[in-house]
Ligand binder design. Structure first.
Ligand code: CA
Length: 253
């Protein structure tokens, strides 16, 4: 049964995850803009609007007691926050032994703030105002760095025959070569690879990959499967991985 998190914590996207990111920011517009950008990238986003609930959430996630059984991959932490400010929160999280990557945000751009942020244990520092593309790039870089430094603490690689999918790095290797997938293609493949041979209807795939608010046509699924086949299969017209199950939908393997 899910534990009762404080009401300030909101899970906004239950879909397929490239990682769980906790966004701690008291300014609603910034918080929601960041959340939207991360969600579109395929991250599972959790929100906290003050330092106290963020600390509570971090503790629950570290102890595996948040009812969802997945650790945080990254914390995006604003400097100025109610109850516990970003610097103190960062210090506390590190003091309690968590090595989760922390990206600190601040309206101040001075060298001193940056240095203090890094000294209390933040991994990177971004000054407001910033663009969402820069934020996403920083998040990716942090996750990549963290993965290389602590490979054992990360999600395991998903493997199927000659395919390897690295969830944290958003990378897919097929027959020894990296292929480029769009975020949606990646999420379809990740979903397939976590449930080999399970049959998925188009509606189920839309629900899990595009989300319940998707207004488009289920033909969208067919188009993405076709693109995936073109990128992954030796002969896309005779697939070995992405199989059509007539009358039902698709299956992997
Ligand atoms: Ca703030």
């Amino acid at each position: 049964m899910p534990s009762a998190l404080s009401p300030q914590l909101t899970q906004i996207h239950p879909g397929i995850k490239l990682g769980r990111v906790l966004v701690v920011e008291d300014e609603k517009l910034i918080r929601e803009t960041i959340a939207l950008a991360l969600t579109e990238e395929g991250y599972d986003v959790l929100l906290a609007e003050d330092g106290r609930s963020a600390l509570e959430f971090s503790r629950r996630a570290e102890s595996g007691d948040d009812g969802r059984g997945a650790p945080l991959s990254l914390i995006i932490l604003d400097l100025m926050l109610p109850y516990i400010n970003g610097l103190d929160l960062c210090r506390l999280i590190r003091h309690e032994g968590s090595g989760v990557p922390i990206l600190m945000l601040s309206a101040k751009g001075s060298e001193t703030d940056r240095v203090v942020g890094l000294e209390v244990g933040a991994d990177d520092y971004l000054t407001k105002p910033f663009g969402m593309r820069e934020l996403i790039a920083r998040c990716r870089a942090l996750l990549r760095r963290h993965h290389h430094a602590h490979p054992q603490t990360q999600e395991s690689v998903l493997r199927f025959q000659t395919i390897a999918l690295y969830p944290q790095e958003c990378r897919v290797i097929v027959r020894g070569e990296e292929i480029n997938l769009s975020p949606k293609e990646f999420r379809i493949l990740e979903l397939f690879m976590t449930h080999p041979r399970r049959v998925w209807s188009r509606e189920q795939l839309i629900e899990r990959v595009w989300g319940p608010d998707f207004m488009g046509d289920s033909k969208t699924v067919d188009v993405h499967i076709r693109w995936l086949r073109e990128k992954m299969e030796i002969d896309p017209s005779r697939p070995e991985y992405l199989m059509t199950v007539r009358g039902f939908g698709y299956r992997f393997g």
